[in-house]
Design a protein around this ligand. Sequence first.
Ligand SMILES: Cc1cc2nc3c(=O)[nH]c(=O)nc-3n(C[C@H](O)[C@H](O)[C@H](O)COP(=O)(O)OP(=O)(O)OC[C@H]3O[C@@H](n4cnc5c(N)ncnc54)[C@H](O)[C@@H]3O)c2cc1C
Ligand SMILES: *[C@@H]1O[C@H](CO)[C@@H](O)[C@H](O)[C@H]1NC(C)=O
Ligand SMILES: *[C@@H]1O[C@H](CO)[C@@H](O)[C@H](O)[C@H]1NC(C)=O
Ligand SMILES: *[C@@H]1O[C@H](CO)[C@@H](O)[C@H](O)[C@H]1NC(C)=O
Ligand SMILES: *[C@@H]1O[C@H](CO)[C@@H](O)[C@H](O)[C@H]1NC(C)=O
Ligand SMILES: *[C@@H]1O[C@H](CO)[C@@H](O)[C@H](O)[C@H]1NC(C)=O
Length: 474
Amino acid sequence: MKVAGHFPWPFLTLVLVGGKCISLIERLQNELSPQLSGDNLISATAPLRWSDFDAPDPGAVVNVATESDVAVTVKYCVAQDIPFLAQNGGNGWATTFHLNKNGVVINLAGLNTVIFNADRTQATIGGGSNVSNTINNAYDAGALVLTGNCNCVGTLGAILGGGYGNLMGEYSFGVDNVLSLRVVTADGQLHDVSATSDPDLFWALRGAGPNLGIVTSATVRSYPASEEDMQGWAGDLVYSEDQLEDVVQAIQDLTLTPDMVIFLYFLADPTTGTPSVIASPFLHRGNATTGKAAYSSLYAVGPIADTTTVLPYNQWNNASTSLCTRGSFKPGWAAGFQNMIPSTWRGIWEAYVAFQKLPGAANSGVLLEAYSLNKARSIDSSSSAFPNRNVNFNAFAIPWYNDSSLDAKAAAFGNTARDLLRSTSGLPRNQTYVNFGHGDEELEVVYGDSLTRLRSIKRQYDPKNVFNQWFNIQ
Ligand SMILES: Cc1cc2nc3c(=O)[nH]c(=O)nc-3n(C[C@H](O)[C@H](O)[C@H](O)COP(=O)(O)OP(=O)(O)OC[C@H]3O[C@@H](n4cnc5c(N)ncnc54)[C@H](O)[C@@H]3O)c2cc1C
Ligand SMILES: *[C@@H]1O[C@H](CO)[C@@H](O)[C@H](O)[C@H]1NC(C)=O
Ligand SMILES: *[C@@H]1O[C@H](CO)[C@@H](O)[C@H](O)[C@H]1NC(C)=O
Ligand SMILES: *[C@@H]1O[C@H](CO)[C@@H](O)[C@H](O)[C@H]1NC(C)=O
Ligand SMILES: *[C@@H]1O[C@H](CO)[C@@H](O)[C@H](O)[C@H]1NC(C)=O
Ligand SMILES: *[C@@H]1O[C@H](CO)[C@@H](O)[C@H](O)[C@H]1NC(C)=O
């Protein structure tokens, strides 16, 4: 007889097996471990997550070493009715997680191989490879791969929701570069999924992947690269706060060519803690001359500091290292929108500085991203479940703090920023990139017109809704 229950002491959920109480870890050690590829793959804790806010809090962790470990673990958890969740980069900040001490985290970090084909036109990326691992492998192979712009992010975690990154002006979204996926679905079986083998699942995984299975690897397009292709001009242009309107207008007026990306940050100066306005331009294959020319309007505003420089591909993400810091509470509030409006951004600035000055909240930030979208818009929007192709800009507010007594003020800051973006979005309805969502959005906001078809594919492939932790489609 097995009776699951919460016991009053904090860290263990015990299960009664044959009259004896055992923890979830012991149970996995007894029942699951013998089926895994190694003896010591069960542990109590997972790698630290990016945000501790409303984070999953598992009772046990399976540190998979092979894709069949994933299949065996899913099959076991489904059969035993044990909730589970895959963890890749651990950057997901949404409040949709509800994994507690009854549940298992499947830590994918061991699946981090990245293998290129002979002509470097395809890369097979392990389900646990983070962005820096993927880029380092691509750099060594002499190829470029579409990834996110922060090294700590799970390469496929980002791609399965859409996949924005520095190279998307040239190569489109991550989802558009996926050729095939190996996926463990709710039946505990590994499937090779492509446009020809399983068109519905292939469509749905690219936009709503975490709802349908665990991707153990994905084969994506890669782009053989010359020395010059492996260079980018990037850095920070720092402005004083009274230049904000001019910076916002300059970004609105900028025409992004496919090799350009522009970010705008509100972040504290790391040495003084003073809130700053920072524009962060990127120019693929750029140098100081071509970079300054491409972003002449931002230079015309008169930055008070300029750290731009030419960097090799494997260092493009260096500047965002501090954003990868693990731990603390970092709930995010995001929205997509069509135009940069100075008065909207003044309002967001005011909400940001009011929160950021509170004790322990200095690291809080706001981030705006804009990419060249012509390439992405040349691809049929019904070719994947990703619904955000029409959106020009994405921004999010990140209150970053330690003390839960600030929760209400953090939410006020986040909601103020999101409401301002939404109310001036120029979009017919609220739209948020699923990977930036807070967790309180209606499903239509993150899945858009794909929701109806996603619901029917979800019912077919996950009828018992075991993949239910990430903007769960029901
Ligand atoms: C600092 C930072 C920078 C970011 N930069 C970018 C960026 O440049 N571009 C961009 O598009 N997004 C970016 N994001 C958003 C990012 O895409 C999401 O946070 C994404 O959910 C992170 O994936 P992860 O694997 O790191 O996180 P996790 O929390 O491990 O995963 C998030 C969800 O995806 C699921 N998942 C992850 N991997 C798999 C898999 N292999 N198979 C099935 N399900 C899986 C998990 O189960 C979970 O439900 C950034 C986020 C942060 C915090
Ligand atoms: C990325 O993963 C590698 C192992 O694949 C690890 O050594 C490294 O610390 C990780 N980097 C980040 C920034 O998370
Ligand atoms: C920058 O690149 C341009 C175009 O490739 C080239 O003509 C120029 O000489 C380069 N300038 C510097 C400073 O390297
Ligand atoms: C980028 O980071 C790497 C690894 O930490 C380091 O070796 C390199 O010097 C950094 N580059 C710059 C320009 O800071
Ligand atoms: C939060 O607490 C940790 C551990 O006490 C500390 O290292 C970190 O700097 C704190 N972060 C903030 C934003 O205060
Ligand atoms: C968009 O979200 C705002 C709250 O941020 C809400 O007031 C508004 O009604 C939403 N709009 C639509 C069309 O649902």
